[in-house]
Design a protein around this ligand. Sequence first.
Ligand code: PGA
Length: 253
Amino acid sequence: MRQHIVAGNWKMHTTPAEGFALAKDVIAQSAQAPNNVELIICPPFTHLSDVAKAASGTRIRLGAQNCAMWADGAYTGEVSASMLASIGVDYVILGHSERREHFAECSAVLLKKIQQALNHNIRPILCCGERLEERESGQHLEIVDGQIDSIIRELSADQMQQLVLAYEPVWAIGTGRTATAQQAQEMHAHIRAVLARRFGTMQAEQISILYGGSCKPSNATELFGQPDVDGGLIGGASLKAADFIAIAQALAG
Ligand code: PGA
């Protein structure tokens, strides 16, 4: 049975005080989410310490939105995986399309970040997804295949077991335009086939693949109803505790 996961990517939103209040709201409402759903919130770095204290002893897991590709040293502005682990971070989002686009993160960099996270028992949530023109030209499967394959071929089966994947079509992120349930299922099944090619079907069946891109309470049930969609990576809708929990409720049953 694959783990069901709903993760909130807060991006560069909220002040620390607002973020702390939002985390408290999510914690307060978390009992309304099905027990078998892993609830993760990923606030900005400045909020993590306080949110970690509030989340300690609750079911809420903490994620960061990035980590350094180096262990430590003279890298001004960077935050290492060991620093994150020391304050109780369990997950880290890596390879989000916004980081690929604005910070030129490529597979070689992502692989180093994944290794750093894994070295400190932080589970990477590795994102992939095609741009609109790539989908329109029918290259979407190939593009995503390339994004994933270049990384997973360097990982051992044990390491792979710690990863969560997130399919986020770039054209659906923050646009209000969601992939249809069929488009999501087609891609998730494709990703699982890529995983099976490298690690075998049994292991591929155990890996959670999340959908992200304008996921909200009104469309979550249909998306999560697909056999290969194991939950969501939620941007905008994770900034309201009630919406975030309502999305998790779509994984009931
Ligand atoms: P969105 O963002 O839900 O606001 O589209 C998803 C994401 O970027 O992770």
